[in-house]
Design a protein around this ligand. Structure first.
Ligand code: GAP
Length: 445
């Protein structure tokens, strides 16, 4: 057995954003965009561990809403779309925030996000509110003229609506059915902030679920439950999640109902995902503006109508931030603080770390590298020999690695290694021959 970290005390309560941001930078989860130039406000880059975590998150979502269901197919549509799409959706006319300018520091902000005082300098005098479009404009082609204007999409949803007939014709789906998509969206947010929570470039995971109008409220309820369970199944603590139903005056122009799933972030309860009943607004609008028939035809009655749409719409970056915050624990172990990210098995960026006890012993190093080569065929595995074993354990705990495998002198004789569990810190001797099978079984439990 290696190191001596058995005794656990209770984890400390909520973590601060400073600690999360610092851990993300220090360990390669998230870096500031264009950092060498002083950074670009509100844009972030995912580092070697962040990209693994993000992929695992998106795969878990895709598996649960596409592969594990019979009624949803996937789609990947372009970010640039015909500008008429945004006229039809109402974004060109309606997608704006009210904002004011501070008379002291001259900065612009949304008064609803900081009622009564400027969030930058605290001053209480501002200009009267003005509308500010959230659409990110760009020009297509060589000439920057009005006819070449288009937008970076502010939501992935419209790519699904404009492909409704294509998917229907090619997959012969019957109601109810859904189309899922993950992709980048862009909004010229006036006050981005709270790390990756509100940014101008972000990723969405959206489902548009098409139903008969009379069945829409029932599906809406079911989707709220299904999506809440997804976060719970991936390990988020129930007490850190809550549902919030939108009052009538808060509903978007297209929605008949909306319930948010909120997370208890260090900066307060905030939206993770919205589940809206979008009615038949979008298909009707896109049909009207394009002149194409986007109705559904019932195969038995031949009746034609516009389906209603239930839309569970979540942010990849926000979900990732919530998983990070929720997984963060500080534990007192024999007088020292152990930082550990208790990610679920599905989300953990690194599943196994292989650690040689003595990096100067060629036999141990070679065996450890062979074990790593074998395990990495099935599990995301790393090798590290750059510190003493206690420090290596701490490093792996801090990024949420599920198992540490230690190769020592005895391993060369008895062909066994020590397997250490991240959460219990318990250690077991396991024969190398059965090691992969043992680990794969653990990951499938
Ligand atoms: N298609 C519906 C729609 O886009 P939304 O509530 O505006 O609805 C859905 O966005 C989700 O996208 C939000 O719950 C959030 O997770 C994510 N999101 C929206 N704006 C964001 C931003 N500026 N930065 C990061 N994530 C954002």
């Amino acid at each position: 057995m290696h190191n001596n970290d058995q005794s656990l005390s209770n984890p400390l309560p909520t973590v601060s954003m400073e600690k999360i941001v610092s851990l993300c930078k220090r360990r390669g989860f998230i870096f500031q965009s264009s950092e060498i130039y002083g950074g670009l406000g509100s844009a972030w880059d995912y580092g070697p561990l962040g990209v693994e975590l993000k992929r695992n998150l998106k795969n878990a979502w895709w598996k649960s809403v596409v592969h594990n269901r019979d009624d949803i197919v996937g789609l990947d549509t372009s970010i640039l779309m015909h500008p008429k799409v945004w006229e039809a959706s109402g974004h060109t006319a309606n997608f704006h925030d009210e904002c004011v300018d501070c008379k002291n520091c001259k900065k612009r902000f949304r008064p609803d996000q900081s009622p009564g005082r400027c969030p930058f300098c605290g001053n209480r005098e501002f200009t009267s509110p003005r509308k500010f479009s959230l659409m990110l404009k760009t020009f297509l082609g060589a000439v920057e003229e009005e006819s070449a204007v288009t937008y970076l999409r502010p939501e992935t949803a419209q790519g699904i609506f404009t492909n409704f007939s294509n998917v229907l014709d090619t997959t012969r789906r019957k109601l109810p059915f859904g189309i899922a998509q993950i992709g980048k969206s862009f909004r010229n947010e006036i006050t981005p902030g709270n790390f990756t929570f509100r940014t101008r470039e972000f990723e969405q995971m959206e489902i548009e679920y098409f139903t008969r109008p009379q069945e829409a409220p029932g599906h809406h309820e079911q989707w709220v439950e299904t999506r809440l369970n997804w976060y719970l199944d991936l390990g988020v603590r129930r007490e850190n999640l809550r549902l919030r139903k939108h009052p009538e005056d808060e509903l978007a122009h297209y929605a008949a109902a909306c319930t948010d799933i909120e997370y208890n972030f260090p900066f307060g309860w905030s939206e993770l995902e919205g589940i809206a009943n979008r009615t038949d607004f979008d298909l009707k609008q896109q049909a009207q503006f394009s002149g194409k028939d986007l109705q559904y035809k019932d195969h038995l009655t031949q009746e034609k109508f516009f389906p209603y749409i239930i839309e569970p719409s979540g942010g990849v970056d926000r979900a990732l931030l919530a998983f990070l915050v929720d997984a963060y624990f500080e534990e007192e172990v024999q007088g020292e603080t152990r930082v550990v990210l208790k990610f679920s098995k599905e989300l953990a960026p690194i599943k196994v770390a292989v650690l040689p006890l003595l990096k100067k012993n060629d036999g141990i190093v070679q065996l450890a590298k062979e074990i790593k080569q074998e395990l990495q065929k099935d599990l995301m595995t790393v090798y590290d020999d750059t510190a003493a074993i206690g420090k290596l354990y701490r490093r792996q705990d801090e990024v949420g690695t599920f198992y540490c495998i230690t190769v020592d002198v005895q391993s060369l004789e008895d062909q066994q290694v020590t397997v250490r569990d991240r959460d219990t810190m318990k250690q077991e001797r396991i024969p190398i021959e059965g090691l992969k099978k043992y680990l794969l079984k653990k990951f499938s439990e």
